[in-house]
Each structure stands twice: as structure tokens, then as C-alpha cells.
Design a protein around this ligand. Structure first.
Ligand code: S3P
Length: 207
């Protein structure tokens, strides 16, 4: 499962539309897909694979936060604390959602704590928005995070990691659908997401 990746490794590589893709019209009324779930769930890697298949734009909320703040997520936590990060996360999600009216088709990966804030969940209750919860056992999520080796301010020890996962799970279950990712690769999960939402693959999608 080393392909799963949840956090931008640089501040400049994961925004925007996939290079050769053209957009296909959504056939199911879904025009924006949000990927949510705990750290290590594969929100970004599945989001990129899904956007490539659909020929839709892709955006990572954490990347937008880093670009606006001109510092990494870890630096924001360290220098300003989690409450400031949550406020910034909310403001940036609000402005992204505001832009989506003019954007016909987009896949958005959210950070692991975004949906569990009620004010953020409220922003996502809109026609045409689908929320996919990517799930896996806490031990597997922890292992994936360790393999990625990225600095995640809330990762800590397995016991604490599991407790936070369990505390948040009810919040994630508010998603439109849940996909179990354990033992699956990124492309399989992206395919399952597309099928479950009744979305069609773009004719020009490369893989
Ligand atoms: C967080 C998860 C991180 C990032 C921040 C807070 C969380 O994103 O938004 O460190 O609260 O679970 P990933 O889920 O992409 O690691």
C-alpha cells in the first residue's frame, strides 16, 4: 500500500488540472467529489487517480493552505498552533467551495481533520457535491503514514493515533459513501469510487 499518499510533498506539484486530460460531462449529477478520511487514507493519491480517470481538475486543500500561508502544515502547527490551523483551513475551504460554482467538475482531497469540524461539514452539504470516506483499520493507516515518512503534527504514537481515528469516525461516516481501502491499490479504489458514484471515465484518460 506504499502508493497511498495523503500529504503534498512539495508545495507546487499537486494543484490544478491533470496535464493531458479533457473534461467529461458528469452523467450522475455529481460535479464535485471530496475525499475525506484519516491520515494515511490515500485521499490525495486516490484523488489524483480519480481526477485523471474522469478528466476533472484536482485540488488538495492542504496544498492550498500551504501556498497561502507560505509555510508547511507542520510549520503552521508549530508556529501558530492547531486552532489557527483550523481557522485557516476553514477559511480556505470556504473560499474553495465558493469558487466551485463556476467550476463544472473537480476532485478535492481534504486534510484528515477537515470534515470533522461541523462548520466545514455544513459547507459541503450542497447539490452536486459527493463526499467519499476512504477508510482502513487504524493500524494500517498508521503503517502507511510511517512508510510515507512525512511530518504529520497529529501522527504521534499508535495508541493516540487510534484513539483520534476512533473519535473522528462518526464524523467521517457523514460522507455520501465509505470505501474500504485495506488491501487495495490506488487505482482499484479510484475505479470503485467512480462506479459507486455512477461517473463515467473520460475518453481521453491515460490510465
Ligand atoms: C490533519 C491531517 C493532515 C493535515 C493536518 C491535520 C488531521 O492531512 O491537514 O496535519 O487533523 O488529521 P492528511 O490527512 O492529508 O495527513
Amino acid at each position: 500500500m506504499s502508493e497511498f499518499r495523503d500529504r503534498p510533498q512539495s508545495m507546487s506539484t499537486r494543484s490544478g488540472r491533470p496535464p493531458q486530460a479533457t473534461r467529461s460531462a458528469p452523467v450522475s449529477g455529481v460535479r464535485v467529489v471530496f475525499l475525506v478520511g484519516f491520515m494515511g487514507a490515500g485521499k490525495s493519491s486516490v484523488g489524483m487517480a480519480l481526477s485523471r480517470r474522469l478528466g476533472w481538475a484536482f485540488e488538495d486543500l492542504d496544498e492550498r493552505i500551504q501556498a497561502r500561508e507560505q509555510r508547511t502544515i507542520a510549520q503552521i502547527f508549530r508556529q501558530s498552533g492547531e486552532p489557527v490551523f483550523r481557522q485557516v483551513e476553514h477559511e480556505i475551504l470556504r473560499s474553495l467551495v465558493g469558487e466551485l460554482e463556476a467550476c463544472p467538475a473537480k476532485v478535492v482531497a481534504l486534510g484528515g481533520g477537515a470534515l470533522v469540524q461541523a462548520r466545514n461539514a455544513a459547507l459541503l452539504k450542497q447539490d452536486g457535491f459527493s463526499i467519499i470516506f476512504l477508510d482502513a483499520p487504524a493500524e494500517e493507516l498508521f503503517r502507511r503514514c510511517q512508510q510515507e515518512g512525512l511530518e504529520r503534527p497529529l501522527q504521534r504514537e499508535l495508541q493516540e493515533f487510534r484513539a483520534l481515528y476512533e473519535a473522528r469516525r462518526q464524523g467521517y461516516m457523514k460522507a455520501t459513501l465509505r470505501i474500504e481501502t485495506s488491501g487495495k491499490d490506488v487505482e482499484t479504489v479510484a475505479e470503485e469510487a467512480m462506479r459507486s458514484l455512477g461517473l463515467r471515465r473520460s475518453e481521453s484518460a491515460s490510465s
